[in-house]
Structure formats: structure tokens, C-alpha cells
Write a protein that binds this ligand. Structure first.
Ligand SMILES: Cc1cc2nc3c(=O)[nH]c(=O)nc-3n(C[C@H](O)[C@H](O)[C@H](O)COP(=O)(O)OP(=O)(O)OC[C@H]3O[C@@H](n4cnc5c(N)ncnc54)[C@H](O)[C@@H]3O)c2cc1C
Length: 405
């Protein structure tokens, strides 16, 4: 039976919309996903993938909910491929959390590459052509347009995009990663940065992803055919020094008082399922300046998601809930008269940085900021020490252990 199409543009920033999309996708999460997922049919037909990433990235719907709903519909063997994809995000987050230096190094190199582009008219011109979708490679130019106007790209298109940026256009990968990140409605520091590194051949050293014209033609159903336009012989990128060292995961926090303030942020907007075990005095949702166009799809989704979380939190806990900038956290927490503020654990990224800033101010006021880690991450992240294929072996056990967190 023909399934309804799900245009990628329909990003409604509410949990209800995420749940509705999940419900609509469930019949296709089994063998048909496994068979068809790699085909990019174009923006008018996204029915072969879930399009759930904007909601999953912010935990407006949780991995546990998605996997549980899928398994209520399909046997594990049939849904295995989809479930593995859901765990890719978990893997990337766990991997990065244990190698924070990789993100720090990326930020330094991105700033350096941006400065080089400022100083070099040739590089600047080539960058402008790429980010304006004026390279003359029809597929790439169309993906730039789709990314900027819808805030989303199919996974295969993201791989081709990154590969063409790095190996054909020969532009600094860090600036490509930053460009994509600033437009994506699902922008996720771990998934984005590490996927770009994976394409470049830096994640699995010496193993890169080369976009090939025939693969693009076949998997876009002939919409594009960049024959003769791509460098299909390029060598993987390399970087100096030993592979990044593994650090222990930061310890998970626990609350010691009965009444706390709760701060939500972009990494976890489902307070209803947070394992808190305390009464909540009030809820704040961390508001951060947009990364790209303030009226673009990503910024609109971000604002809408924060409002939706405020509305749900106020209803679930019967307390005031408001968006709050990082500078306002100290005053807000003191006004509640609490000695602890809880927050879902923030993996490396903007929320973690902002909460780190707020934490020292809170401490001076005698208030502890406690980061609560979900059991889902607690169980999975320690396994993300090597490649995904090693991590993948743990998935059946991790799925068997799902307990609603
Ligand atoms: C260069 C590059 C950059 C990327 N940047 C991001 C990013 O910033 N944010 C982001 O959420 N994803 C990123 N991805 C991963 C992936 O492309 C998207 O998660 C996926 O396309 C989202 O579409 P979907 O929800 O229809 O996925 P589906 O195929 O329906 O998969 C279901 C869910 O599994 C997860 N998932 C699937 N594939 C991946 C993957 N390769 N890595 C991590 N999670 C995955 C997502 O949560 C997704 O919603 C990137 C991939 C590449 C190659």
C-alpha cells in the first residue's frame, strides 16, 4: 500500500508532532526501512526514513520511546537496522564524551580555517560559491539549497555533501561541518562533527568515504548524475599525533534535597521522564542565541521546542516554567530558595558550556548544579570506546535492558 509522504519541511516543534511522526512511520520501521533507507527520493518524498532526528536530538521524544514503539510493531530482527541507526547518535555521544579533546581541537581548527579564508581571496571565493550552492555540481548545489531552506538533508546526501566538500571542492572540512551545523534542525555536535571526521578518514584512520557519481545517480533515482565532476581517487585525510586519548566519563550526579529547581536545555526536553526523585519548585529552559539565520528553520524549531517544553513542564509539575538566558540562572535559582538545581546531563556542546558558566556562579551562592544522567546513556556510553561495529554488538543487550529511561 502506498504510504503518505512526509515532506521534510514539516518540522513542527512540539512533542505531539514528534509522536505523530513516529506513529506514522512505525509501519515502515521494519524490513522496508532496511531495504529502502539509503535512497534519497528528494524533498517531496521522505517516507523511506523516519525524519525523527529533530525531536530525537533534543529528546522531545526519547530513544527509549522510539525503540519500544518500534518493537511493539516489529520483531527485533526485522527492526534491527532502524534500531541500530537510532543507536548511532548514542554511540557518537558516548565516543565524544570520552574524548573531549576532539571537539576542542575541532573548534581551534575551525577558527584557524576561517581566518585563513579571510586572508585568502581564492579560498574565500571558493567557499562563497560552495555555501551559495554555485559550484556547478548540480547535486551539491541542490543539497545546499535544501539544507538552507528546509534545515535537513537525507543521511546519504549528508555523506555525499561532506565528501564532495572535502575531496572534490578541496575545502577545509571544519568549515563544511560548521556550515552544515548552523543550518540543520537536528544540529548535534557529536553526530555532526564526528560524521564529518568519519567521511574525511579521521575517525577510522585511513578509511574515508568517497562520493561516486554512479552511486549518487542510482540512489537519487536519476535526479542527479555528476559523472566526470567528482574526484573519485582522492586519498583520506590524516592528522598528526596519536589517536585521541580516552578519558573517563564525567560522574553522574544525584540529588540530596527534596525540593529543587529544574533547568532544561537543548539536549533533553522531556522532563516528564527524567529520574529526579524530588519535588520541583520551578522550571527554566535554557535559551541560547541562534547559530545561524534567526528566522531560518533551525532557529524557529529551537524556539518552538523551548516553548513546547515550558508548556509541558508547567502542566506536568504544576509550577511556573519559563525560557531563561544563562545570565539569569543565578538570580532565578536564588529566588526559589533551593540549595540544588537539577538539570539533565548535558553532553559536550553549547548547553554544557553555558551550564559550566552558570555552575560557578551558583556555587558561590551555595547552590549545587546536579546533572542527572539517564540510565539509557549510563548503560550505553561506556561501550563507545572503539568503532561502531564493536558498539553494535551491545545493542541487543542494551535494548533488553530498556526500562523507560
Ligand atoms: C556529514 C554528516 C553530518 C550529520 N550531522 C548530523 C547532525 O548534526 N545531527 C543529527 O541528528 N544527525 C546527523 N547526521 C546523521 C544522520 O544523517 C541523521 O541523523 C539522519 O539523516 C536523520 O534522518 P532521519 O531521522 O530520517 O533518520 P532515520 O534513518 O530515520 O534514523 C532514525 C534515527 O536514528 C538516528 N540516526 C540515523 N542515522 C544516524 C547517524 N548516521 N548518526 C547519528 N544518528 C543517526 C537519528 O536520531 C535518526 O532520527 C549526520 C550525518 C552525516 C553523514
Amino acid at each position: 500500500m502506498q504510504q503518505p509522504n512526509m515532506p521534510a519541511q514539516a518540522w513542527t516543534p512540539t512533542r505531539a508532532a514528534g509522536l505523530a511522526r513516529l506513529e506514522a512511520f512505525l509501519p515502515r520501521a521494519g524490513r522496508s526501512y532496511e531495504r529502502d533507507r539509503n535512497v534519497d527520493r528528494g524533498p517531496a518524498d521522505r517516507s523511506n526514513v523516519s525524519g525523527l532526528s529533530p525531536w530525537l536530538r533534543r529528546r522531545m521524544i526519547t530513544e527509549t520511546e522510539v525503540i519500544t514503539a518500534v518493537l511493539a510493531r516489529h520483531p527485533f530482527e526485522a527492526a534491527q537496522k532502524f534500531i541500530q541507526e537510532v543507536f548511532w547518535r548514542t554511540y557518537w555521544k558516548g565516543w565524544l564524551e570520552q574524548r573531549p579533546d576532539v571537539l576542542l581541537r575541532f573548534e581551534v581548527e575551525r577558527a584557524r580555517a576561517a581566518a585563513q579564508a579571510e586572508a585568502s581571496p581564492d579560498l574565500r571565493k571558493r567557499l562563497q560559491a560552495a555555501t551559495a550552492g554555485q559550484t556547478g555540481i548540480d547535486a551539491f548545489d541542490a543539497w545546499v539549497d535544501e539544507l538552507v531552506t528546509t534545515g535537513w538533508l537525507h543521511n546519504h546526501a549528508r555523506m555525499w555533501f561532506a565528501s564532495i566538500w572535502i575531496f572534490t571542492l578541496k575545502l577545509p572540512w571544519q568549515l563544511g561541518a560548521a556550515f552544515m551545523f548552523s543550518h540543520l534542525v537536528d544540529a548535534d555536535p557529536a553526530s555532526n562533527t564526528l560524521s564529518w571526521r568519519w567521511v574525511a578518514g579521521l575517525h577510522t584512520r585511513g578509511k574515508h568515504y568517497l562520493a561516486r557519481a554512479d552511486n549518487i545517480r542510482d540512489n537519487t533515482q536519476g535526479r542527479f548524475d555528476p559523472r566526470g565532476r567528482l574526484d573519485e581517487q582522492a586519498m583520506p585525510m590524516s592528522e598528526d599525533g596519536p589517536p585521541p586519548a580516552i578519558r573517563p566519563l564525567p560522574p553522574a550526579g544525584s540529588l540530596s534535597t527534596r525540593r529543587v529547581g529544574l533547568i532544561l536545555h537543548e539536549d533533553d526536553l522531556h522532563p516528564e521522564s527524567l529520574p529526579l526523585g524530588a519535588d520541583i519548585a520551578a522550571v527554566a529552559v535554557l535559551a541560547q542565541p541562534p547559530l545561524g539565520d534567526p528566522e531560518g528553520p533551525a532557529a524557529r524549531f529551537e524556539r518552538g521546542a523551548a516553548n513546547d517544553a515550558c508548556n509541558r513542564a508547567a502542566k506536568a509539575f504544576g509550577v511556573p516554567a519559563e525560557p531563561l538566558e544563562v545570565d539569569g540562572i543565578g538570580h532565578w535559582a536564588r529566588s526559589l530558595g533551593v540549595t540544588e538545581v537539577a538539570t539533565p546531563f548535558a553532553p559536550l556542546g553549547r548547553a554544557a558550556t553555558a551550564l559550566g558558566q552558570a555552575s560557578s556562579g551558583l556555587e558561590r551562592a551555595g547552590i549545587r548544579l546536579v546533572q542527572i544522567r539517564r540510565g539509557f546513556d549510563q548503560r550505553a556510553w561506556p561501550h563507545a570506546t572503539a568503532g561502531f561495529f564493536r558498539f553494535r554488538e551491545q545493542i541487543p543487550r542494551l535494548v533488553a535492558e530498556l526500562s523507560g529511561t
